[in-house]
Design a protein around this ligand. Structure first.
Ligand code: PTJ
Length: 243
């Protein structure tokens, strides 16, 4: 039992939740280590949404709203951390929600789909085929889902699939706390923020943005600036720690 007044209460509760989901088979053991890497970068960025991350989140909302066929790709970690956030964003953006896993088993797909549905999401779960240009199991997706999408939101993605989706001409929006990762560097738009903070911000922006503001954000975003600013924020915090 974690006492509410523990200074790391939120972080410890999140770990507890992920460990519970790992025991059920929703999250993999590898997913737990991926979370640890995310935590480290979140510590560096001050466990808050920076101004540039908020700008990226508003731009993500603009891209999703302007898309013809937007898809939100969900893996085990994202479902465990943010199933409700995914359902709410689906409601605001009209995107399809599709499960796509690195460590893919039929049982895991079903468990994650059920978790998302229990949180209120409508999951696109037709017949999957090996359609993406990848040698591992992230190649599996649905022809009318991710394969035909023009805009794909990929929280906590691996670099290979991000590259494959970009090579297929899709607009790829990544959520990744590591601004140095291959995913962060390959995506069309990178949100350097924690996924449970990012999703509600994207959702709110979906509801708020006027068409004019949407077009302005899409025309003016610069992913190099967003990544450099995240690194500047982290470096500034490290420099302060030395003072
Ligand atoms: O459920 P599966 O089988 O599809 O597997 C999912 C994982 C996460 C294991 C898989 O996609 C993976 O190995 O991912 P990577 O390559 O480790 O990349 C995950 C990235 O997400 C890393 O750069 C982390 O820093 C980042 N990250 C981890 N937790 C969070 C995060 N970014 C935002 N919010 C988080 N909570």
């Amino acid at each position: 039992m974690i006492p509410r007044d523990h200074p790391r209460y939120h972080s410890l509760r999140t770990r507890e939740r992920l460990a519970r989901c790992a025991k059920k088979g929703i999250v993999t053991l590898e997913g737990l280590t991926a979370h640890g890497r995310g935590e480290a970068f979140d510590y560096l960025i001050g466990e808050r949404t920076t101004d540039s991350a908020l700008l990226a989140e508003r731009t993500a909302a603009a891209l999703l709203k302007a898309a013809h066929h937007p898809v939100i790709s969900v893996n085990g970690n994202t479902a465990a951390l943010a199933a409700r956030g995914i359902a709410n964003l689906q409601g605001a953006s009209g995107a399809l929600v599709e499960v796509n896993l690195f460590h893919r088993t039929k049982k895991r797909v079903e468990l994650i789909e059920r978790l998302l549905e229990d949180a209120g999401a409508e999951v696109f779960s037709g017949e999957a085929e090996r359609l993406l240009p990848l040698s591992h199991d992230r190649a599996w997706c649905r022809r009318d889902g991710m394969f035909s999408a023009d805009v794909v939101l990929v929280p906590l993605e691996d670099g290979d699939r991000c590259e494959a989706l970009v090579s297929m001409g899709k607009t790829v929006i990544a959520v990744d706390l590591n601004p140095l990762s291959r995913t962060a560097r390959t995506a069309t738009l990178t949100i350097v923020d924690e996924v449970t903070r990012a999703l509600p911000n994207i959702k709110s922006a979906c509801n708020e943005l006027s068409k004019k503001e949407r077009d302005r954000l899409i025309d003016s975003f610069d992913n190099n600036y967003l990544l450099s600013d995240a690194i500047r924020e982290m470096t500034a915090r490290l420099s302060h720690a030395l003072d």
